[in-house]
Write a protein that binds this ligand. Structure first.
Ligand SMILES: [Zn+2]
Length: 65
């Protein structure tokens, strides 16, 4: 039986997934939920940040400043 910090209730089912850093190809751990990155992850080698992804809303675009 695995208990994780009393994080029960709610339907968060985050999965720790290994992704390849797009910049330096190092492996990095990211939290995903149903294939979507849910928390910013920082590459420990080059500092590249994989941003948490918003749920995709068709027709909406975000501008980055
Ligand atoms: Zn990297």
């Amino acid at each position: 039986m695995a208990v994780m910090d009393g994080c029960e209730g709610g339907n968060k089912t985050w999965v720790l997934e290994e992704r390849e850093c797009p910049q330096c190809k190092a492996e990095m751990d990211v939290y995903t939920s149903r294939g979507r990155v849910v928390e910013d992850a920082v590459c420990s080698k080059c500092g590249y940040v994989i941003k948490a992804q918003e749920q995709v809303i068709p027709g909406m675009e975000k501008k980055e400043s």
